[in-house]
Design a protein around this ligand. Structure first.
Ligand SMILES: Cc1cc2nc3c(=O)[nH]c(=O)nc-3n(C[C@H](O)[C@H](O)[C@H](O)COP(=O)(O)OP(=O)(O)OC[C@H]3O[C@@H](n4cnc5c(N)ncnc54)[C@H](O)[C@@H]3O)c2cc1C
Length: 425
């Protein structure tokens, strides 16, 4: 409860002063906290959930490299399914198998995984406050100087030199602090629904991805195996393209009903639904005394919607830049723009290229996808995942020339001639 003192100022039940307050203890917030704490600044993470990691809103897939890049070692306590490849299914059921023993991935147990990340942050010196719902950013002019909220019925004020919004897709920190672009656009927003199911029958060593306008308009159905018979089975769709107002869960139920060979004896243990930003990131995700990290900054792969490793990486960069800035006594937007510059080099530019590829993909018909399923090789698919388009463009140019205008529209720099020599360069 908040009261008003004799001097007219609000009094809070709990008031704290720290160097940095991080709103959100997901993967982005946890890694930011670890790095801020390692950087020697007083760090507090607040999260509205009563338990870090639960409920999950995730299919829990992450590559081994995605963990290692942020300095997280895979641990048997949370690495559930070991994945060594993926199977892609065209609208008519054609199969493309991508196997790569060197690119191992995991389906993690996220409820344990996130706690593990939190534990690392706390061991590095950060403090956590759970069940703390933040509802306001304190501003001094254009500068963020703290947050207010509620902890189990008690009003909370946290003063901070730097506020980090790692508060996920429905982030309020960027909005309240006035960062333009932090409101989701429907055009770049996938609705997702998922069951964690037991009794599933499928190849448990690979991810399974199903495409097609009927299966998932401008999205895909996934089966991410966790352990024998246990899998996350979900769908993400571009809501604006769903047919007859069908919701993501309707597509998912229909898919499951159509595949008795996998789901006849299966049943859900958990249901999850949420949104996924597929915009490739907002333009400016920092301000005076402010940084946004992970889904809050829409730092997600716009092709497959994966955001765990990107949120962690963003958290690491934000923590390293932000802790130095605090120590230097300069948390101005200009100083914090280093975070934007490093992010752009490490991931931002690649995500921008993948966004263009998403636009290209969205214009394909089911028939185009069928033809491509006959043509693409593993090498081409691997190149595409790294936003390297040359091998794909070459393939299209030689085997599917009808695609050239689309390639030129989305994947070539304006004004460049689409010629073989250009691809060879
Ligand atoms: C169905 C689904 C499946 C997905 N599958 C995958 C996948 O397999 N692999 C992958 O890489 N990515 C996947 N993603 C995306 C991935 O989950 C996110 O990109 C990732 O969680 C982003 O991490 P984050 O730390 O930025 O945000 P989040 O993990 O969303 O964490 C945000 C935190 O902020 C807290 N918070 C929010 N608002 C407030 C507030 N006002 N006050 C206090 N606390 C607050 C929340 O409680 C939460 O703990 C999936 C997403 C969905 C919806």
């Amino acid at each position: 409860m908040t009261s008003v003192g004799g001097n007219g100022q609000k009094r809070f039940d709990i008031e704290k002063t720290v160097d940095v307050v991080i709103v959100g203890g997901g993967p982005g917030g946890a890694l930011a906290a670890r790095e801020f704490a390692r950087g020697g600044v007083k760090t507090l993470v607040v999260d509205r959930r009563q338990e870090i990691g639960a409920p999950k809103r995730c299919a829990e897939g992450i590559s081994n490299d995605g963990l290692l890049e942020s300095g997280v070692q895979p641990h048997p306590a949370w690495t559930s399914g070991r994945i060594t490849g993926a199977v892609l299914y065209s609208p008519s059921g054609k199969i493309v198998t991508v196997d790569d023993e060197t690119a191992v991935g995991w389906v993690v147990e996220r409820k344990v995984f996130e706690k593990h990340l939190g534990k690392d942050a706390i061991e590095a010196g950060a403090q956590y406050m759970v069940k703390t719902h933040i509802d306001q950013v304190l501003m001094d002019g254009a500068r963020a100087v703290g947050v207010t909220g509620d902890f189990m019925g008690k009003s909370v004020k946290i003063n901070a030199k730097l506020v980090v919004g790692a508060d996920g897709i429905d982030s309020l920190i960027g909005r309240k602090a006035g960062l333009r672009g932090s409101v989701q656009k429907m055009r770049d927003f996938h609705s997702a629904a998922q069951y964690e199911m037991a009794g599933v029958k499928c190849d448990m060593t690979r991810l399974h991805l199903y495409f097609g306008g009927d299966v998932a308009p401008l999205g895909y159905v996934w089966i991410f195996p966790k352990a024998a018979g246990l899998a996350n089975v979900g769908v993400g769709i571009l809501t604006s393209k769903s047919k007859h107002g069908h919701r993501a869960i309707d597509y998912l139920d229909r898919f499951i009903a159509k595949h008795p060979e996998m789901f006849e004896k299966a049943s859900p243990l958990e249901v999850n639904a949420s949104g996924i930003p597929v915009s490739a990131g907002i333009r400016r995700f920092w301000g005076d005394g402010l940084m946004l990290v992970g889904d809050a900054a829409q730092q997600v792969n716009p092709i497959h919607g994966g955001g765990i490793s990107l949120a962690m990486r963003a958290g690491v960069i934000a923590g390293q830049v932000g802790s130095k800035a605090i120590k230097e006594g300069d948390v101005s937007a200009e100083r914090l723009s280093e975070y934007g510059r490093v992010w752009d080099e490490v991931h931002g530019k690649e995500l921008a290229r993948l966004y263009k590829f998403r636009m290209f993909m969205e214009e394909l018909t089911d028939k185009d996808m069928e033809r491509m399923a006959d043509l693409v090789t593993i090498d081409v698919i691997v190149d595409l995942t790294y936003a390297r388009f040359r091998s794909f463009a070459k393939l299209m140019l030689t085997k599917m020339p009808t695609m050239v205008p689309l390639l030129a529209k989305y994947l070539m720099a304006p004004g460049k001639k689409f010629e073989m020599e250009a691809l060879e360069a």
